[in-house]
Design a protein around this ligand. Structure first.
Ligand code: FNR
Length: 371
């Protein structure tokens, strides 16, 4: 279909499935084990209902916000997803360009297909980018990556903590990962690369399963970038991150690609907000310690629910991959425009003029219990 006929983010997935190579589809769409968590990620949003306000002048609505102190046209960011060139020859650059046009922030993955510098070079002056970090067993390599990123102007370091070992994505494992794959990571990191078990496992053998809480002081000593843990799944760990003085956490299960039966980020958010208020008197959204959520976000209404419950912003992953795999940069542009239009309409229908008006009383979470 032509892009004008794409009406929502789900549409990109249906088209991508038809036009992508079998291997790329397997890598992007797959999730761990029985894929229950992936299904739950989106389904969890279906248990939250709205309590809109009426008779508010909503002629003007504004859903822009700040994320770690940086302007964003919407309370969402493009999260890190590896191997962009599997889906399109321009890979992650598609995301960089569309992000610039829409004033949203892109999180660059450690395992991007384009090199880190290519992705930074493709950005407009002043365009904000974050970096997702997989921590190498060789800390000198990690230190180099982190300090280079800081020098190149990266504004936040998201350390992935839910992947000491890659989950079993069986759809992906059935595809052999071959040397011709358009990933520079795979070509350069050939040491220890196991090509027999799918793309994910082939590229991830350098990740350090020994990473632990006591390593975080070291990160603080090598960079001034805000540090955020990506992949927190219980309030106890969010509290530890806060007590360590980190800038925030992403409540995420890696799009269901790691531990199957991990809970959805939106559900964990309810628990984290309640417990951090109880234990430390914190209220959210909070400038000093920001909560992010990702997984299964497909509509502006999903984003708005997370904002109402205390998130600063949410991450969106697969929809943008499907968009550029099908249509290149114009696809991502269209996806962001759709979200933009959805925000405008839903803010009006909710009686919310700005993000600050999206408060906990706007949602009914009686179907979700805090632990
Ligand atoms: C990911 N994700 C991910 N996360 C991370 O920290 N490092 C990575 O390299 C990747 N790579 C990756 C590849 C692909 C193909 C997918 C789909 C996801 C996880 C990602 O950042 C995010 O947590 C989820 O994608 C969010 O769920 P949705 O929006 O895809 O449902």
């Amino acid at each position: 279909p032509v892009l004008d006929e794409i009406l929502n983010l789900h549409d990109f997935e249906a088209i991508a499935k038809q036009v992508m190579t079998e291997k790329a589809w397997a890598y992007y769409s797959s999730a761990a084990d029985d894929e229950i968590t992936t299904r739950e990620n989106h389904a969890a949003y279906h248990r939250i209902w709205f309590r809109p306000r009426i008779l508010i002048d909503v002629t003007k609505v504004d859903w822009s916000t700040t994320i770690l102190g940086h302007r964003s046209s919407m309370p969402l960011y493009i999260t890190a997803t590896a191997l962009g060139k599997l889906g399109h020859p321009d890979g992650e650059i598609n995301l960089t360009k569309a992000a610039a046009k829409h004033g949203v922030i892109q999180m660059i993955p450690t395992l991007a297909s384009c090199s880190f510098d290519q992705i930074v070079d493709a950005a407009q002056p002043g365009q904000v980018q974050f970096l997702q970090l997989y921590v190498n067993k060789d800390r000198n390599i990690t230190k180099r990556i982190v300090q280079h990123a800081e020098k190149r102007g990266i504004k936040g370091l998201f350390i992935t903590v839910d992947a000491p070992q890659l989950g079993r994505r069986e759809k992906d494992m059935r595809m052999k990962f071959t040397a011709e794959d358009p990933s520079e990571v795979a070509k350069s990191g050939s040491d220890g690369v196991d090509r027999s078990q799918g793309a994910a496992r082939a590229i991830s053998s350098f990740i350090d399963p020994g990473l632990q809480w006591s390593d975080l002081d070291w990160f603080k000593s090598i960079t001034k970038m805000p540090l955020i843990l990506k992949g927190v799944q219980r309030w106890e760990d969010a509290l530890k991150a806060y007590d360590l003085g980190l800038a925030g956490v992403v409540l995420s299960n890696h799009g269901g690609r790691q531990l199957d039966f991990a809970r959805s980020g939106i559900e964990v958010l309810v628990e984290v907000v309640a417990k951090l208020k109880e234990k430390r008197g914190l209220t959210f959204p909070n400038e000093k310690f920001q909560l992010f959520v990702d997984g299964g976000v497909r509509r502006a209404t999903d984003v708005i629910k997370a904002i109402a419950l205390g998130a600063t912003a949410v991450g969106v992953g697969r929809p943008f991959l499907y968009a550029f795999s099908s249509y290149g940069v114009e696809g991502v542009d269209r996806a962001l425009s759709i979200l933009h239009d959805e925000f405008e309409m839903n803010m009006r229908l909710l009686g919310a003029n700005t993000i600050k008006d999206i408060t906990p009383d706007m949602v009914d979470v009686s179907n979700i219990s805090a632990h």
